[in-house]
Design a protein around this ligand. Structure first.
Ligand code: FE2
Ligand code: FE2
Length: 263
């Protein structure tokens, strides 16, 4: 079924948390490993507007359906960051504007030239860049959804589970948009398929790894993708990518797991 962008734009909203009892974490706190994963996820969600900056300088900005989606997507991801920050704050962990600014400043010169580099490459590629962008988005939203599901399972905390479940429902709609766009655009163009395959194989890395220190990416992937349960998640994510036109057999997630998950 085609994605209904008008219905999505009308119903995009901050993740509902009025009834979430954040104080419950003071009596029943999360353990250090779960909090470390939440720190990572919160920082990456709060970075969404910066990803948007880098995407609006590409041919993606000429497609009004794509920009309508991106407007709502950035809005919802912003509120994911805010909700996760409340969980961290209930544990006395630093959040707020000063922290978010520090994540951005830490990236230094590389981050300042990123939109220039991206604009040059993407505009040379032309309209097929949008297929790369949509496919990348689908993979990252699939990964994010799987990551939240696994974190909720490992944490086993009733309040966190409710909050993550609500966030995951919104991630499911993000998946639906990106995946349907990716499918259509890849199916329509051999050049888009070749370019996307090349770009993913060469440059794809786990969500947030360009923003977070390598030791944090390693920790998160180890915690979420370690053990037999993790192997199942990796295989399932790669299967989803295999089903996109022209992208079978890439094994991107398995490669990332081999690189980052020790033992
Ligand atoms: Fe999100
Ligand atoms: Fe998302």
């Amino acid at each position: 079924m085609a994605f209904d962008i008008d219905a999505y734009a009308r119903t995009a909203a901050p993740v509902a948390d009025d009834d979430i009892d954040y104080d419950a974490f003071r009596d029943q706190p999360l353990d250090a490993a779960v909090l470390r994963c939440l720190r990572y996820m919160c920082d990456v969600e709060s970075h969404t507007v910066c990803y948007l900056r880098d995407l609006l300088v590409t041919p993606s900005h000429t497609d009004p359906t794509v920009t309508a989606f991106l407007t709502m997507w950035a809005y919802e991801e912003y509120w994911h960051g805010e909700a996760l920050a409340k969980v961290l704050a209930a544990h006395g962990i630093a959040t707020g504007a000063d922290h978010i600014r520090s994540v951005r400043v830490r990236l230094g010169r590389r981050d300042r030239i990123a939109p220039i580099q991206q604009a040059l490459i993407a505009n040379l590629v032309g309209v097929d860049f949008v297929a790369v962008h949509m496919t990348w988005g689908a993979i990252n939203e699939w990964s994010t959804h799987a990551g939240y599901a696994r974190l909720a399972e490992r944490a086993g905390h009733p309040v966190l589970s409710v909050l993550l479940d609500r966030i995951m429902r919104q991630e499911t709609r993000h998946v639906a948009f990106y995946a349907s766009q990716a499918r259509d655009r890849l199916a329509a163009s051999g050049r888009a398929r070749r370019l996307t395959r090349f770009a993913l194989r060469r440059f794809w890395a786990p969500v947030g790894s360009g923003v977070m220190p390598q030791r944090e990416t390693r920790f998160l992937l180890g915690y979420l993708l370690g053990g037999p349960a993790g192997e199942g998640i990796v295989a399932e994510l790669d299967r989803k990518i295999d089903h996109l036109p022209g992208l079978d057999g890439l094994g991107l997630v398995a490669r990332a797991a081999r690189l980052h998950v020790v033992g």
